[in-house]
Design a protein around this ligand. Structure first.
Ligand SMILES: [Zn+2]
Ligand SMILES: [Zn+2]
Ligand SMILES: [Zn+2]
Length: 255
């Protein structure tokens, strides 16, 4: 299995417009964060997690030109607004792309991208050609690949993280129940959100993310969905063993 972190930034991205702080003006490429997304290749399937606002730039940066399915964590704009760029995949490969997510996320996609679901328009390749698949908090398959949804709380909103084999990806989480924590045992790699240093009502901060990683004890944890509050080199040096900050372009090979 191959995993590429396409974006490790929060909804505003880093650098943030008009900010001249240490991280936003940093020369370190690891301090440049596009909006959160990840790409997975496993058992011949090419799976994207969320269609970040920066979809096009992320596919170009990482030389990706094909896709079979998208797993959506939730409907917030930073996670869905790049959906229109799926047109370019449709045109290259002449195929529909399967989208998976919970009921609310799929309903919101239909509303936000109303033009993509109008029958008269779909046949003209001028809209993203996609197929909506509503999923419950139960494992399902994309061809041979088993996907286990992990329902976590994002403030008061239940959203999905996903486990594929010994890899799990959780973003925009503020709390994980004991039942869902049990589904995250024995991981080789965990990607987990950590917004900033100070606490936040709907996102884990660094301290809370480190505490969850400490309970789950995956071989390796990478933190993502970060604001400019987190300077890569400074924060990375302070993290416990086995926990590191993710960065755009980080590529992982799993067994
Ligand atoms: Zn800044
Ligand atoms: Zn969100
Ligand atoms: Zn987000």
């Amino acid at each position: 299995m191959k995993v590429i972190i396409l974006g490790s930034g929060t909804s505003q991205g880093v650098p943030k417009i008009g900010c001249y702080c240490e991280t936003c003006t940093s020369k370190n490429p690891k301090d440049k964060r596009l909006r959160t997304s990840a790409y997975i290749e496993t058992e011949g399937q090419k799976i994207l997690i969320d269609t970040s606002i920066d979809f096009r730039q992320q596919f170009i940066n990482n030389n990706i030109s094909d896709l079979d399915a998208v797993l959506f964590t939730h409907h917030h704009v930073d996670h869905i607004l790049g959906l229109d760029d799926i047109r370019q995949i449709n045109q290259l490969h002449n195929k529909y792309i399967d989208l998976y997510g919970n009921d609310l996320t799929m309903d919101e996609l239909r509303t936000t991208f109303r033009y993509a679901f109008k029958e008269q328009l779909v046949s003209h390749l001028a809209v993203p050609m996609v197929k909506i698949n509503k999923i419950k908090n139960e494992k399902f398959k994309i061809r041979n690949v088993e996907i286990i949804p992990i329902e976590v709380m994002h403030g008061r909103l239940p959203i999905f993280g996903y486990r594929i084999g010994n890899f799990a990806y959780i973003t925009d989480c503020s709390r994980i129940s004991d039942v869902e924590m049990n589904k995250l045992k024995g991981l080789e790699v965990l990607i987990l959100n950590s917004l900033r240093i100070l606490p936040h009502p709907s996102h884990l901060n660094v301290e809370e993310a480190v505490s969850i990683a400490g309970k789950l004890r995956p071989a390796k944890t990478y933190l993502t969905h970060m604001t400019h509050d987190i300077n890569h080199d400074k924060m990375n040096a302070k993290l416990p063993k086995g926990i590191e900050l993710a960065y755009d372009g980080l590529t992982l090979k799993l067994k």
